[in-house]
Every structure is written in C-alpha cells, then in structure tokens.
Design a protein around this ligand. Structure first.
Ligand SMILES: N#Cc1ccc(CCNc2nc3cc4nc(N)[nH]c(=O)c4cc3[nH]2)cc1
Length: 373
C-alpha cells in the first residue's frame, strides 16, 4: 500500500525549499506556519476563519489536553478533529516542553516526567509511551516524540544528558508509535548551542528513519544568531526529502531567516498571544495599538490586506477596543496577525518557487523598517 504520508519538494532557492506534505486529512503547503491551538482552539478564532486565512495545519498540546478535557474523554467524543471542527491535519507537541514551562512540582527521570497539574495539583506521569498513546487518542496526524528541552544558557553536561535522554526516548516513541499509515511521528533534534551535540543528535535520529525532523531546544532564550547558527549546523545532516520543523518559532524575521536556511514548518504563539495583548504584525512592522498615538488615527492597519481586520477597521477603533479590554479587540487583532503570518508564508512559497527569495526577504524587511515607531 502506498504510504499515505508524502513530502515533495517542488522548488528550491539556495537552502530554502517549497513543497507539500500530503496526508489523508489534507495537504500542507510548505514553508508552513501552524497556528497554535493549545487546548483544542486557536484562541479567539473560528476554525473556518483559520482555514480561510490559508493555514493547512494547526498545533495542539498533549500537556493541556491530557489535563483538560482528558485524552480518553476526547477519544470517547470522537477525537480532536471532530470536537474542534478542524477536519484538516493537526500536529501535537508531546508535552515535555510544556511540563517544564507550566507544571507545578515535576521530576524527570529515565521513565518520563512526573508532574503536578498547574490546574488542580493532581499528579501525572508522562512517559514516551504515554505521550504517544495520548497523541493517538487525540487523533493527531503528526505526533512529536517526548523529549527534554533545556533552556539556554545551560551547562554542557545538562545539555548533553538531555540530548541523550531525548534520543533514548525517541526510540521508545518510535516503538510505541508503531506503524500508523497516514500518520507520522517526528523526532526532535536537541543539543542546545553545542554544535557537536547537535550533529550527534541529528545523525542518530536520522538513523531511526522517521517521517520528519524537528529542531527543538531553540527559541528558549538564546540570541537569534545562536538559533540561526544551530540551524546551519543541523541542516546539512537532515535528509532533504523529509520535512524540517523549527519548534516555537517565531517572529516574522525569525521565520524568513530560518526558511532561507532550509526550514519547512513553524509554530509560535506569538501572533495569537500578541493579538490578545494589543500588538499587531503588519507588512509595515509591529505596532502596539495600546499606544495613545492611535487614538484618533482613522486609517486601517493595511488597506492592501485581504483581511477585514486589517483593511476595514480603523486603528482608532482597534485602539479603543484594546484599551477597553473588549473581546472584539482580541478577535480582530488575532485575525489580523494570523492573516499576516499566512500571507508571509504564501509570499515565501511564491518567492522560492520563482527563485527570488533574497529579493522577497529584502523587500519584506524594508517594509518592516517603514513602521511608524
Ligand atoms: N508570545 C510569545 C512567545 C512565547 C514563547 C516563545 C518561545 C517558544 N519556544 C519554543 N517552543 C518550543 C516547544 C518545544 N517542544 C518540544 N517538544 N521540544 C522542544 O525542544 C521545544 C522547544 C521550543 N521552543 C515564543 C513566543
């Protein structure tokens, strides 16, 4: 039976690629940005809106969904796609990163990570096997291995032990995942800011012959230059015919820089979280709509955007909604930000296909510089 998961590179421009991941639930156009739908919802958005903006895949979180509503409950209710009315691909993160960011008391050892829920203090064990089981119960199409992500800066010993533990967990996840036609399990390259450990991690994961490879352990406090250097270190050791996913990234500039270095997939809470806090991303850069200078600015965010949140409503009205804490403010700014991110990805895909990525990046960054400060 032909594998129902395929990745095709349609064109390249330097290290950058544009192509498609084909899965039973749909096609993911790459480079792709995955809106974050942490607890089974892309906050402040209807799923139809998210799709209409051009998103082909959204991200869900094992950590949040296992605590509430619970993985077995989601399965009993027909799975995450049915519950959230998103019939397209869903990628789920494996939970380890969120445990370390959010949970109460936690203890990590070879078995997995034991932690207290940040919701009610109940105790849980997340092992590689349980993480894959949960992602299966949710109905996830692309499942991430359980890994240990170390915040930077960190001692080399901590980075090394986390990388080796993550490799052992990758093998356990691979066994637990088994053979699920039409679904995929991605490995996660660790190794912090240490090139030799990054290369060792990448080579070992490639040896497991997985469907795709994420670069983890970045966007954890390091300078952008360090993040980009680690991508350049790892990329040559990843197969060109499989997707590369940079976890938790990032700002528009992070994304264009990483795409030019060969990354195919991204996720970040930035556009949605920033939108809920009054920050907007536009072709002209980032604006803080709480700023009093917008109080009587009757111009829209971007008259050339196809998104009504950008081409219809005035900055003055959006400023008012944000200052008043109105729910519509969160909705409109989230809508604008995700629209901008998806337009950026569409522009990147088009530029790579036309062999003009460097020009596109130059024009895009020039536009950001024009932002009213
Ligand atoms: N607003 C906002 C905002 C908040 C946080 C961030 C940084 C997100 N960075 C990040 N997410 C990650 C998820 C991850 N998941 C896993 N399983 N492994 C990782 O190494 C990993 C690394 C990550 N790095 C970026 C923007």
């Amino acid at each position: 039976m032909t594998d129902q998961f395929s990745f095709t590179v349609a064109a390249t421009d330097g290290a950058a690629r544009t192509g498609e991941i084909r899965m039973p639930r749909g096609v993911i156009r790459t480079p792709a940005f995955m809106p974050v739908g942490t607890a089974g919802t892309v906050k402040a958005m209807y799923p139809e809106q998210v799709k209409a903006l051009g998103a082909d895949v959204v991200l869900g979180n094992t950590y949040h969904l296992m605590l509430r509503p619970g993985a077995e409950r989601v399965a009993r209710l027909g799975g995450l796609h049915a519950m959230m009315q998103w019939p397209y691909p869903i990628l789920t993160d494996s939970g380890g990163f969120q445990v370390m960011s959010l949970a109460g008391l936690r203890k990590l050892d070879e078995t997995g990570v034991r932690f207290q829920s940040h919701l009610d203090g109940s105790t849980h064990l997340l092992s590689p096997e349980r993480s894959i089981e949960i992602q299966g119960l949710l109905g996830s199409d692309i499942q991430m291995q359980l890994d240990e992500c170390v915040r930077l800066p960190a001692p080399e010993s901590a980075i090394e032990s986390a990388m080796r533990l993550s490799l052992r967990w990758a093998e356990r996840c691979r066994i637990a995942f088994g053979d699920q036609p039409g679904k995929a399990m991605f490995g996660i390259v660790q190794g912090g800011d240490i090139p030799a450990l990054r290369v060792e991690s990448a080579k070992a994961l490639v040896g497991l012959d997985l469907k795709g490879y994420a670069i983890g352990g970045l966007a954890v406090g390091e300078p952008q230059a360090t993040m980009l250097a680690m991508i350049e270190t790892v990329e040559p050791h990843l197969p060109t015919h499989k997707p590369r996913y940079l976890m938790g990234v990032g700002t528009p500039d992070d994304i264009v820089q990483a795409v030019s270095r060969g990354i195919d997939m991204f996720d970040c809470v930035m556009p949605t979280r920033a939108g809920r806090h009054g920050m907007v991303y536009t072709r002209h850069g980032r604006l803080n709509l709480r700023n009093a200078r917008f109080a009587e600015d009757n111009s829209p965010l971007d008259p050339d955007s196809t998104c009504p949140a950008a081409n219809l409503y005035s900055k003055a009205y959006l400023h008012h909604l944000v200052r008043a804490g109105e729910i519509l403010g969160m909705m409109l700014l989230t809508w604008n930000n995700l629209s901008y991110y998806q337009d950026l990805m569409a522009g990147l895909r088009k530029a790579i296909a036309a062999g003009r990525l460097a020009d596109f990046i130059g024009e895009t960054r020039e536009g950001w510089e024009k932002a009213e400060r």
